[in-house]
Design a protein around this ligand. Structure first.
Ligand code: SF4
Ligand code: SF4
Length: 376
C-alpha cells in the first residue's frame, strides 16, 4: 500500500458538517485547483431504487455535500450509475426517485444522467477482461469521484471502492461477467481490470451508515460513523477489508486478488485512528464461499455438480417473495422461473448471488449446507 488515506468522524448526514469534511478532503488531495470548468462524475452506489435510510445506496445528503463543494471550486457535478436490471430512462428515473436523488437535482444541486448508451473500453493488459462495455456517461467526465457505500457483500464479502466501479457496466450486461467468471477470484480480477481501465480520481466512501450481515441489500444497517477518502481505491479497500475482517482480510477475495497482482496488502495499522477501530468492532460479514475455487479447479464437472449440492451455499427463495420477476431478469444463468413465487433450478445456478443482491423484498437467503460448514 503506497497511497494516503484519511478518516473523518461523522455520525449523521448533516450537509453542513459534510461540506466541511469534503472541503478538507478536496484540499488534502489537491483537487481544488483542478475543478474550474470541469465536468465531474459523481459515481454513487445506486444498486437499486431504495430509500436512503435502508443504507443500500449512497446517501443523497452526502452527494449534495460533495456536489456543493465541487461547485464552490467551479466544477459541474453530475450524478450517474447503472443499477441492476434494464438500463433505460424509465428504470433510471424510478431508481433516482426512490433513492432521493431527484429533488436535489431539481433544486439545482447537480445534474442527473439519463444517457443510456455505452461504448467499448479496451483493456489489453487485463488479467480476465480485455475490453469492457462502459456507460457513455463516463465519456462526458473530466474527473470521476467515486462515492461508494460501505457494505458487506455475499459474493465478494465487501462492496466498496473497486466494486462500486462495476456500476459503469450497463444494466444487465453485468450478468455476462458473472456468467463468464464464475470463480470469485476471476471475478475480483475482472473488477481490478475494470479499475485499471477506468480509475477514479478520488474515492470518498459514505461509511456513516452502512450495512453488515447479508449485504449489499438484505443486511442490517449499522452506524460506522466514518467518512473515508483516498486517491487510491485499492488502498481504501485494503484498509476497509482489514477493518471488517481483521487478521483474516488478506485471504478474502479482493485483497487476495490484489496481492496476486504484486500489490502489497500489508500496511501499518497505526494509520487507522483508534476511534475508527472502535466503530468497526465485531462486524458481521457473510461467509466466504471457499468451495467455489476448489470445485471448479480440481474435480470434473459432472462430479462437481453432484458434490456441490451438499457443500456449496445456495440461494433459497423465501415465503415473502411477491413474484416481481426482478431476480429472473438479472439471473446470468437464466435458471429462475416465476410462478406463484420465484423458483430456482439449482443444477444450473452459478452461485453469483445476484438474485439475493437485487431482490427488493429481501426474499432470497443464502443457505450454507451443514457438510459445507463442517468441511470449510
Ligand atoms: S425473489 Fe425477490 S426479486 Fe425474485 S421474484 Fe421474488 S420478490 Fe421478486
Ligand atoms: S439463481 Fe441466483 S445465484 Fe443462481 S445463477 Fe441465478 S442469480 Fe446467480
Amino acid at each position: 500500500m503506497s497511497g494516503n488515506i484519511s478518516f473523518y468522524k461523522q455520525t449523521d448526514y448533516s450537509i453542513q458538517d459534510l461540506q466541511a469534511i469534503i472541503d478538507d478532503i478536496f484540499k488534502e488531495y489537491k483537487l481544488i485547483d483542478n475543478l474550474d470548468g470541469k465536468k465531474v462524475l459523481l459515481k454513487v452506489n445506486l444498486l437499486m431504487g431504495k430509500s436512503p435510510d435502508e443504507a443500500i445506496t449512497t446517501n443523497p445528503d452526502f452527494v449534495i455535500a460533495v456536489a456543493r463543494t465541487i461547485k464552490k471550486y467551479g466544477g459541474q457535478p453530475y450524478l450517474a450509475d447503472s443499477p441492476g436490471g434494464p438500463f433505460n430512462k424509465t428504470a433510471l428515473k424510478f431508481a433516482y426517485s426512490k433513492s432521493g436523488y431527484i429533488e436535489p437535482a431539481e433544486a439545482g444541486e447537480y445534474e442527473l444522467n439519463y444517457n443510456t448508451e455505452y461504448y467499448i473500453v479496451e483493456s489489453p493488459e487485463g488479467y480476465r477482461a480485455k475490453s469492457f462495455k462502459i456507460c457513455s456517461f463516463v465519456q462526458e467526465a473530466d474527473l470521476i469521484i467515486n462515492l461508494p457505500k460501505l457494505k458487506t457483500h455475499g459474493l465478494t464479502l465487501y462492496t466498496g471502492a473497486i466494486k462500486n466501479m462495476f456500476g459503469l457496466v450497463p444494466g444487465i450486461t453485468k450478468a455476462e461477467y458473472h456468467l463468464k467468471l464464475q470463480k470469485i477470484n476471476d471475478f475480483c480480477h475482472m473488477l481490478l481490470d475494470l479499475h485499471e481501465a477506468i480509475t477514479p480520481d478520488l474515492t470518498i466512501m459514505d461509511g456513516i451508515q452502512g450495512m453488515e450481515g447479508d449485504g449489499p441489500s438484505s443486511g442490517i444497517t449499522r452506524q460506522f460513523n466514518t467518512v473515508i477518502a483516498s486517491r487510491s481505491a485499492i488502498d481504501l479497500d485494503i484498509v476497509v477489508s482489514y477493518l471488517l475482517r481483521k487478521d483474516k482480510y488478506k485471504k478474502d477475495p479482493l485483497p487476495a486478488a490484489i496481492s496476486e497482482r504484486g500489490i502489497p496488502v500489508d500496511f501499518d495499522k497505526k494509520i487507522i485512528p483508534d476511534w475508527v477501530k472502535e466503530y468497526f468492532n465485531d462486524v458481521k460479514t457473510p461467509k466466504v464461499d471457499k468451495t467455489s475455487n476448489l470445485i471448479d479447479r480440481r474435480i470434473p464437472e459432472p462430479i462437481s455438480k453432484f458434490i456441490e449440492q451438499f457443500i456449496r451455499p445456495k440461494p433459497v427463495i423465501l415465503d415473502n417473495c411477491i413474484a416481481c420477476g426482478i431476480c429472473a431478469e438479472n439471473c446470468p444463468a437464466e435458471v429462475i422461473i416465476i410462478k406463484e413465487k420465484a423458483e430456482i433450478d439449482l443444477s444450473g445456478c452459478i452461485r453469483c448471488f445476484c438474485c439475493q443482491e437485487l431482490c427488493p423484498h429481501n426474499a432470497v437467503e443464502i443457505k450454507y449446507p451443514l457438510l459445507g460448514k463442517i468441511l470449510f
